[in-house]
Design a protein. Sequence first.
Length: 306
Amino acid sequence: MNGFWRSACVRRNAVTFRGSRLFSRFPNRPPKPLPTSPALGDVQSKSAKLCTFVVCVLAGFLGFLTPQSSLLAQIVSQPQNAIAHVLHSRVHAILPGLTPSGRLPATNRLNLVIGLPVRNRADLEIVLKQLYDPASTNFEHFLTPAQFTAKFGPTLADYQAVITFARTNAFRVVRTYDSRKIVDVSATVSDIEKAFHVTLRMYQHPTEARQFYAPDVEASVDAMLPILDVSGLDNYVLPHSMAHLKTKTETVEPATGSGPGGNYRGLRWTPKIRPLVKLDFCRFAVDKKEQTYESKTETTQCGLQG
């Protein structure tokens, strides 16, 4: 019996010795706890976190499928919407050499024309070449306004987007067009400056004895808006007639025609316009390729033939 307790004490001392050696080598290391079964509350907490993670992943995936209603899609598309589309103007190149004399009154009202770009520009270039190519099957097969709008004009959605943009910025829509290429609007200077991110200033005209207004920077809109140009932001060039009356002192130069006094003579007549004409010559031109044909449906009376 004494031998049994002696052996048990030896084994206990050995375990204690080995434990003391272990803790002496790692004095700051706490003893490893014994494995215990997880509590029910911990299991439920981990399950709730896992479900939340799965729901977030599914919501993000569905957000890519429905970008209009997803917050993630709005965040992704936000940098694109922030990009501005600059509307270049020829007047802006003249302004660096001029000094502004003031600002255009904010209460002044201006009439603007907002232009939209055409669609399918590459196809439009091909059609234009075919229209004037005699070897093409589409030679001189011109499109009607309705056909051109359907193939190359702005879409109804783009046109409505521009109208919505104008009304949102307190513009008054004066007129719309069936071709959907332009929109006539009217707005105050203050509303125009806010909508196009410009400041309308007054400048002395470099060649005329008057002042003109123009934006200090080139106008810009959201890149998603289908706007090509805005006319009416400046009055550097005023509308004027190209017709000029000649004075009595000016001499009349003779024309280069073959008729009397250098005038032109009607050597070619279309039977559809003049079905029966008595002339001193008989010649009809009914083809645009400068080929002459005899009229088969009308009687021609030829008079003084020289």
